[in-house]
Ligand binder design. Sequence first.
Ligand SMILES: [Zn+2]
Length: 351
Amino acid sequence: MRFPCVKPEHAPFLVGEDKVQIGGIVPGIAAVIPDPDGWVWALLVLLDGTRTVGQVAAALVHRFPERPESDVRDAVDELYRAGHLYDADAVGAGEPLDERYATTRALWRCMDRTPRPDGGDVQELVRQARVALIGVGGVGCAAAQALTRCGVGGLHLVDPDVVERSNLGHQGLYTRRDLGTPKVIAARRRLRAHNDDVEITVERAPVEGPERLRRLAADHDVLVMAADTPAAIRDWTNEACLATGTPWTYGGYHGPLVQVGAYLPGAGPCYRCARAGDAEPPITAWPGKSPAVHAASSVSAGYAGLTVAHLALSLLTGVPALPHHNEYRLNLVTWRSEIVEAPSAGCPACR
Ligand SMILES: [Zn+2]
């Protein structure tokens, strides 16, 4: 590292007189470093990208003659490995970028704990990614919008339906003028208006078995399952993605309970593993009237869709480095979140 620089998003601050906090205030990113003699703060002030490590060490040794130069090199190394520094001299570090992605890129840099010399190539990983999105209903609309605004390279939409009036309350890409239009066509029109950098392709067709999913998985870097019918669709996706090795994520809701999951085949338990241990007693359904429509609002569907987009981006870039292979739940009634961990033993699907 030639010119080490603290990421602006990780700007440190002094806490009282003997501690330094770096990485902001968010747990998982921030770190508190004891600093009884002010050496750490003095080091961080020098790490502004205008000095080589040697120049930083010389300046610091002059001020703190009792601390050897090797301490400076070790500390710079540790701060870099913790994801707080980048090299101001690295290719790409100072490149002007499309302002459209300025805030998104800043968030990548903030969340990213992976040491990267130029500090900012996560947006490039996103730009190169091709995503298949199955189902452009409530969850899919929110996911598609987020992925498009984040600047994924390609987004392939699959859905057989047309826009109906009952969709307008929770499927955020559609307006009254889209009634009767195939969802994939209306969605593409709207998404292109958001960001025409993204190559949006569409397929107006139902998913009737694992074979189509296998083709979609093979052709894309990540598969986002935002459809909940047919009932076996997640099992099919699991099977298809295990066969092709494609990362995938799903999102849905059960009334106000938002449920999402993400899987990286081969790196942990699969979707089916999580259900392998289910030994619940059989239930008998009430014979009365079943609900005419799903219970959903733009809030519940939006939460599921935005979260699934977040998981897809995490699968694509490793940022943030989430613990995948679990189901995440957010209960909008109690405001509690929960991680349902899959058992680590293998199941018939992924063994
Ligand atoms: Zn499994």
